[in-house]
Design a protein around this ligand. Structure first.
Ligand SMILES: [Zn+2]
Ligand SMILES: [Zn+2]
Length: 382
C-alpha cells in the first residue's frame, strides 16, 4: 500500500475506533466488522466486498504496532509533495471514496492482513514462511546411474524439535487449540468464484497457540538434526544432474510449507564405459593388421552380455561404430553403444614382430607424403 493511500483514508474511522484506541479494542472492532462484511456472509454483494477490503486494509495498518505509528506520524506531518497525486492509472476505475483498490491484488491485500505475505511487510511480522531450500550431494556408481536406484541421502538440517515434537510447547504442556480458526490454521475467504485459504493471524497458521515455550528450541519447534531422506533415482541420470524433492527441505515456519531438497548427483566413472547422454561409449584397441584386414570384435555391454561387431577392412584409427539399443535405457528411450576403435602402436616389439614389420615396410606403398615434401621445398626457395 502506498503512502498516499495511507494519508487519504482515515483508517481509524474505517475501523470505527478512536485514534487512541488500544490494540485490543482495534482487534475487537475489526473482527466484528470483518464478520459483518465478510464475503461469506454477503454473497454477491459488491458493496460489502469493498467494505471488507477497506476494513482489512485498515486493520493491516492499525492492527500492526509499527505500521500504526508510521501511519500516525505521516498523518501528523501532513501530506508531502506528490503523495496526493496517486499512482499512474489510479482513480480511473470509478472509486467512490478516497480509497482506491484499483490494481490492488486481493490476495496481496489479504496476505498483508493475515501476516506478512504482502509486499513491504515489516520484519517482525511473523507470517507463514516457506522452509529453506537445501542441497546435498549423492554419490552413485556408474551402474547405479545407468540402471537407476532407490537409496538415501543423509543431511543435517533443521527438523522438528525432538523435545517438543515440533509443537514449540514445553513437555507436559500443550499448545492450546487456536480459538480463532478452531485449530485449522487457516481461514477460508470465498471471494465470488475464488476461494483463498489464509493463514490464521491469531496462531500464525499453526492452529495452536504456545503459552509455555519448549526450552530446547525456545518455542520455535525446530532443531538441527541429522536426517535421512529416501530418494528414487531414475535410470539414466547424468553426472551433475539435480533431483528436486519437493517439500523435503527445511521445515516451514508459522504454518508455511516445507522447502525443497535438491540432490546433486555425482556419478563415479567406470573402468570400461563412458557416458554421452543416453549413449554408452567404449574404446577398443585394434592391431594394425586387424584395422587393415578387418576383424570381428566381441564387445562387452553394460548389462553383462556381449555383442559381436564386424570391423571392415581398412578401418581408420578413431572410427566409431554404433551398436543400436545397447546404451542407457531411460524412460521409453534407449541409447546406443558407441564403440571407438583405436589402432594400437606397440611401444616395444618382439624380434619376430620387428622382422615382420620390416618386411612389410619394404613392400609398403607411399603414404602420400610427396605433397608435404613439395610444399616444404617451395618454402625453402622463396
Ligand atoms: Zn522444542
Ligand atoms: Zn488460528
Amino acid at each position: 500500500m502506498s503512502q498516499h493511500e495511507w494519508l487519504e483514508k482515515d483508517f481509524y474511522k474505517v475501523l470505527g475506533v478512536s485514534k487512541d484506541a488500544k490494540e485490543k479494542e482495534v482487534t475487537k472492532s475489526y473482527r466484528k466488522l470483518a464478520r459483518k462484511y465478510h464475503p461469506d456472509a454477503n454473497s454477491g454483494d459488491e458493496k460489502a466486498e469493498e467494505r471488507f477490503k477497506e476494513i482489512s486494509a485498515a486493520y493491516d495498518v492499525i492492527g500492526d504496532e509499527k505500521k500504526r505509528s508510521e501511519y500516525d506520524e505521516m498523518r501528523r506531518l501532513g501530506p508531502l509533495g506528490g503523495f496526493r497525486q496517486g499512482p499512474p492509472g489510479g482513480g480511473q476505475g470509478g472509486s467512490t471514496g478516497g480509497f482506491n483498490f484499483d490494481g490492488v491484488d486481493l490476495s496481496d491485500l489479504l496476505g498483508g492482513v493475515f501476516g506478512g505475505r504482502g509486499r513491504g511487510a515489516g520484519p517482525q511480522q511473523a507470517g507463514p514462511e516457506k522452509g529453506a531450500d537445501l542441497e546435498t550431494n549423492l554419490h552413485l556408481s556408474f551402474d547405479e546411474a545407468v540402471a537407476g536406484v532407490t537409496t538415501s541421502v543423509h543431511l543435517i538440517s533443521d527438523a522438528a524439535c525432538s523435545t517438543c515434537k515440533g509443537s514449540g510447547a514445553k513437555p507436559g504442556t500443550r499448545p492450546e487449540i487456536c480459538s480463532r480458526c478452531g485449530g485449522r490454521g487457516v481461514l477460508d475467504d470465498n471471494q465470488g468464484m475464488f476461494s483463498f485459504s489464509q493463514p490464521c493471524p491469531q496462531c500464525r497458521g499453526r492452529g495452536r497457540v504456545v503459552t509455555d515455550p519448549c526450552t530446547t528450541c525456545s518455542g520455535t519447534g525446530m532443531e538441527r538434526r541429522p536426517r535421512q531422506v529416501k530418494i528414487r533415482v531414475p535410470a539414466g541420470i547424468k553426472n551433475g544432474q539435480r533431483i528436486k524433492l519437493k517439500g523435503r527441505g527445511g521445515p516451514g515456519r508459522n504454518g508455511g510449507q516445507h522447502g525443497d531438497l535438491y540432490v546433486k548427483v555425482d556419478v563415479a566413472s567406470h573402468e570400461l564405459f563412458g557416458r554421452k547422454g543416453a549413449h554408452l561409449t567404449v574404446e577398443v584397441p585394434l592391431t594394425y593388421p586387424e584395422a587393415a584386414l578387418g576383424t570381428k570384435l566381441t564387445v562387452p555391454t553394460m548389462n553383462g552380455g556381449t555383442v559381436k561387431l564386424k570391423i571392415p577392412a581398412g578401418t581408420a584409427s578413431g572410427k566409431t561404430f554404433r551398436v543400436k539399443g545397447k546404451g542407457v535405457a531411460s524412460g521409453s528411450k534407449t541409447g546406443d553403444l558407441l564403440v571407438t576403435v583405436n589402432v594400437n602402436v606397440p611401444a616395444s616389439l618382439s624380434a619376430e614382430e620387428k622382422a615382420a614389420i620390416e618386411a612389410l615396410a619394404q613392400i609398403s606403398s607411399s603414404p602420400g607424403r610427396e605433397r608435404l615434401v613439395d610444399f616444404a621445398a617451395k618454402g625453402d626457395t622463396s
